[in-house]
Structures are given as C-alpha cells and as structure tokens.
Ligand binder design. Structure first.
Ligand code: IPE
Ligand code: IPE
Ligand code: MG
Length: 256
C-alpha cells in the first residue's frame, strides 16, 4: 500500500524510516474562522489558504506522495452567500492560471472530482485547459474536489450502472466493489491512506465516503491557512504510528 520512502532532504523532519502515504486526502477547513480571528473578511482567509495549498502540493511532490486530493468546494458550499462563492471561484481561477507552469515543471497531473458543469463558465474553461495540458504528467496526481459531494458521486455511479444493466452491457450479478469504485471520480486511483481535516471539526462533511472506508483519519485544530509543511510532516509522523489492521488481529498484521 505505502511504497515511497521520504525524500532525503526532508528526513530530518520525518521520523526515521517513516513511510509516506501513497494517497493523502485533505479537508481544508478553517479559513473563515482564521480571518475572523484577525477581524478580517472571510475571503482574506480563503486567500491565505491558497498559500497553504501551494506549500502542501509542493511538499507532497517532494515527498513522493502519488495522489493528493484536496476538498476545495463542496456541493453544500453553494449555499453560502453569493459574494463568498464568487470570491472562491475567482481564487480558484487565479490559482489554476498561476499554477499551470509549476504543475508542468513538476510533472503534476490535475484531475477534478465533482460536478464541473456547475462551476462558472470561465472557471470550467481554465479547469479543462489545465486538465488537458497536464494529462501526460505522471509524478503526482492532484485531485481538486470542486462542487464535490460523496453522496451525489454515489448516486451518479448507481445511475450509470443501472443504465448499463438496462442496455445489456452489464449483468446486475457482476456488480462488485470494484465496479462501483470504477464509476466514481477516483476510478483507477488507490483509496486514500490518510485523510486530514484541519480547522477543528471532527466530521467528513460528505467527502470520499466510499473511498475512505479504511483510511486513517487525522483531525487537527490547526486552521487551514496555518497548515504548512511542518504540520503536514507531523500528520505523516502520526500516521506512521498507526497500525493498519484491515480487520485482522495485531499479531497477524505484524507477521505480514
Ligand atoms: C474551508 O474554510 C474552505 C471552504 C469550505 C471553501 P471555511 O470557509 O469553511 O472556514 P470556516 O470553517 O468557516 O472557518
Ligand atoms: C468542508 O468544509 C468542505 C470543504 C473544506 C471544501 P465546510 O466548512 O463546508 O464543512 P461543514 O459545513 O462545517 O461541515
Ligand atoms: Mg468550514
């Protein structure tokens, strides 16, 4: 499951012999409260959050993490005030435009999990261009969860499977866990090994419900704009202290 050893440069901060998770998923929460603490508008927190995104993407690539999934905007987030939603969409567009060169240079492929068609037209255009231009990059996959909701993802998968059964492409008896996984946005990607949520809430908020069935969960009070390389390495160190048993006993796990 976990195949990459830490990059030598970062070994000082990671525990000795630490293994780096193959797939990390992050619920980037706490931007609004971070800004409010400083008596600034919420968008100020979202803007600061973009710097954390850059640093965590860069650190992930250096560490050799193969898949990084960032929850940037949920289906439920459409219910926020229109000013905040348009501010977030503007930041997203700027981020994509400013990062394309860095993504290509670092061989990072961009994918999108979510209802792309609900995003503003100009954001969709930049997003599709970035996805197309980075499609051959292989060193890391960056999944941005945008207008993403796990239940809606599952509904879409079930509808698509039902259609295939109706059309005679698939027999209902042949539907397996793999078939379902193959109809999600994450098709072809491994499940997350580690899921981090910043900002102090202990919930999943409709994120990767199927894919996280055996993921290690890490919740931190640190708000997203303050979550930088050191906090990330600490999360990976704690992940390294966990024993993943997948239903087996401790003794069986050690024997593997
Ligand atoms: C996370 O920060 C960013 C998004 C959900 C888009 P929040 O905006 O939820 O920040 P808090 O939770 O209100 O502090
Ligand atoms: C979850 O954060 C969604 C993202 C981080 C994009 P929210 O702030 O929307 O979550 P809830 O509503 O507090 O659960
Ligand atoms: Mg929040």
């Amino acid at each position: 499951m976990i195949s990459f050893f830490a990059h030598p440069e970062l070994m000082v901060e990671l525990e000795k012999n630490a293994v780096v998770p193959r797939h990390v998923a992050i619920i980037m929460d706490g931007n609004g409260r971070w800004a409010e603490e400083q008596k600034r508008p919420r968008i100020f927190g979202h803007r600061a959050g973009v710097d954390s995104v850059r640093e965590i993407v860069e650190t992930s690539r250096t560490l050799g993490i193969e898949f990084l999934t960032l929850y940037a905007f949920s289906t439920e987030n459409w219910n926020r005030p229109t000013g905040e939603v348009s501010g977030l969409m503007g930041l997203l567009k700027n981020y994509l435009q400013s990062e394309l060169r860095t993504m290509l240079k670092n061989d990072v492929r961009l994918c999108c999990f979510g209802e792309q068609e609900r995003l503003p037209a100009d954001v969709q255009t930049v997003l599709q261009q970035t996805i197309a231009e980075t499609r051959m990059c292989r060193s890391m996959t960056l999944n941005l969860a945008l207008s993403y909701g796990a239940r809606s993802e599952l509904v879409q998968a079930v509808q698509s499977l039902a259609q295939k059964c109706r059309d005679g492409i698939l027999e209902w008896q042949d539907i397996t866990e793999e078939t379902i996984s193959d109809h999600l946005f994450s098709a072809g990607q491994p499940d997350p090994d580690l899921l981090i949520r910043t900002g102090g809430e202990n919930r999943l908020s409709n994120f990767l419900l199927w894919q996280s069935s055996y993921t290690e969960l890490y919740f931190t009070e640190v708000k997203w704009p303050d979550f930088k390389k050191n906090q990330f390495l600490e999360a990976i160190n704690i992940f390294n202290c966990r024993q993943r048993r997948f239903g087996r006993t401790s003794a069986q796990t050690k024997a593997v």
